[in-house]
Design a protein around this ligand. Structure first.
Ligand code: ADP
Ligand code: MG
Length: 335
C-alpha cells in the first residue's frame, strides 16, 4: 500500500520546487499577508514555509495530512476561474508526507496554544503541543529519503534552487499585496513588501535597474478591436514590461498569468516579443509581468499536474490583444 502511495507521490512531487509551489499555494489560500520560504541545498535537504494565515485548529491537524483532506470552496472557484491548480487537490500534504519527513505546526490567531504533527514516510505521528506564532509553518526535511531511485533525478543544488526561485518569484509577482520572501542556505534571495504595488514587487525581485525600466501595460477591449463587446475573447491585459534596452539572454523573465494563475504559454510570450518589433538586440528578451484575463470557458490547462501550459480557444484573438497591449504601452513611451 505504501509503495502505491509513493509511486503516486512521485508522479506529482517531481522536485523540491513542486513541494514549494504547493505549500505557498496553501499559505495564500489561508489568507496569509506574509509568506516566508526558506530552503537548504536547493530544497533537497530542507524546505520551510511559514505564513500568518488562518492556521489549522489542533483538532484538524491530523485531517490536514490525511488522504483527500480538502474541503476548500476554492476548488470550485478555481474551476470557475478557468485555470485550476495542480492535479492533487486535497492531497498535497499527504503526498509530500509520503516521501519526506513532514512537520506541520500551526496556531489559529484566536487559539491560545499551537500544535504540531509529523509524518515520516507516510507514518503519521501524534498531535503534540507546540509553541508558535499565529499562522502555519510547514517543514519538509529529507525529501525523497525513502525513494532511492528518485533522488538520482535531482539535479545540482543550484538547478533545484533555480526552480524554487522561479516558483516563489512567480507567486510574489502575482500577489504584490502579500509580503513574500525567499531564503537559500540562510541568505535572503529577495523579500517583497506586500504593499500591493507590482512595481515595488519587481524592485524586490529583479532590482532597481529593471524596476525603473518597467513600463505600465493596461489594455481593455475598448482600446482595441472588438469594441465594447461583452463577449470579447480577452477582457484585460495588464502589468509591466521592460524598456527594450533592459533585456537579458534568457526568456525566463517573461512571466505570464492567465486569470491570476502563473502559466507558460508560448502564444503569450511570442505576442509579447512581437510587440517589440525590431527593438530588441538579437537573442535578447525583455522582462515582463503580464496578466491576461479571458472568459473561464475559453482556456484549457494541460491536465498533467506538473504542466502549466495552457491553450486558448481564441488564440489569435489573445495573441493580438497581448501584442496590441504591449505595443501601445511601448508607443506611449515613444518606443
Ligand atoms: P488542499 O490545499 O487541496 O486542500 P492540501 O493537502 O494542500 O490540500 O492541504 C490540506 C488541508 O490542510 C487544506 O485544505 C487546509 O485545510 C489545511 N492547510 C494546509 N496548509 C495550510 C496553511 N498554510 N494554512 C492553513 N491551512 C492549511
Ligand atoms: Mg494545497
Amino acid at each position: 500500500e505504501r509503495t502505491v502511495q509513493r509511486i503516486a507521490a512521485g508522479e506529482v512531487v517531481e522536485r523540491p520546487a513542486s513541494v514549494v509551489k504547493e505549500l505557498v499555494e496553501n499559505s495564500l489560500d489561508a489568507g496569509a499577508s506574509r509568506v516566508a520560504v526558506s530552503v537548504e541545498s536547493g530544497g533537497t535537504e530542507g524546505i520551510r514555509v511559514r505564513d500568518d494565515g488562518v492556521g489549522i485548529p489542533e483538532d484538524q491537524l491530523e485531517a490536514a495530512v490525511a488522504e483527500h483532506a480538502t474541503s476548500k470552496i476554492g476548488d470550485i472557484e478555481d474551476l470557475d476561474r478557468g485555470v485550476a491548480t495542480l492535479g492533487f487537490r486535497g492531497e498535497a500534504l499527504y503526498t509530500v508526507g509520503a516521501v519526506s519527513r513532514l512537520t506541520v505546526r500551526s496556531r489559529p490567531p484566536d487559539a491560545e496554544a499551537g500544535a504540531e504533527i509529523t509524518v515520516e514516510g507516510g507514518e503519521v505521528g501524534e498531535v503534540r503541543p507546540a509553541g508558535c506564532p499565529a499562522g502555519t509553518t510547514v517543514e519538509v526535511d529529507d525529501l525523497f529519503y525513502n525513494t532511492p531511485a528518485r533522488e538520482k533525478f535531482l539535479k545540482r543544488t543550484a538547478t533545484e534552487f533555480d526552480h524554487v526561485n522561479t516558483v516563489v518569484t512567480s507567486y510574489a509577482l502575482a500577489n504584490p499585496d502579500v509580503a513574500v520572501s525567499l531564503e537559500h542556505d540562510g541568505r535572503e534571495t529577495f523579500a517583497t513588501e506586500g504593499n500591493g504595488d507590482l512595481r515595488s514587487a519587481v524592485l524586490a525581485v529583479y532590482g532597481r535597474e529593471v524596476a525603473e525600466s518597467m513600463i505600465d501595460v493596461e489594455w481593455t477591449p475598448e482600446d482595441g478591436p472588438g469594441g465594447e463587446e461583452t463577449d470579447a475573447p480577452v477582457r484585460r491585459v495588464s502589468g509591466l514590461v521592460s524598456h527594450p534596452e533592459t533585456a537579458r539572454s534568457t526568456r525566463d523573465y517573461l512571466s505570464t498569468y492567465v486569470n491570476g494563475r502563473y502559466v507558460t504559454a508560448s502564444a503569450l510570450r511570442e505576442a509579447t516579443l512581437d510587440a517589440y518589433g525590431g527593438q530588441l538586440a538579437p537573442d535578447r528578451y525583455p522582462f515582463a509581468v503580464l496578466f491576461v484575463e479571458v472568459p473561464a470557458g475559453d482556456v484549457d490547462v494541460n491536465v498533467h499536474p506538473r504542466k502549466l501550459e495552457v491553450r486558448f480557444d481564441e488564440e489569435p484573438a489573445v495573441r493580438s490583444a497581448v501584442e496590441d497591449a504591449v505595443e501601445s504601452a511601448l508607443l506611449d513611451h515613444g518606443l
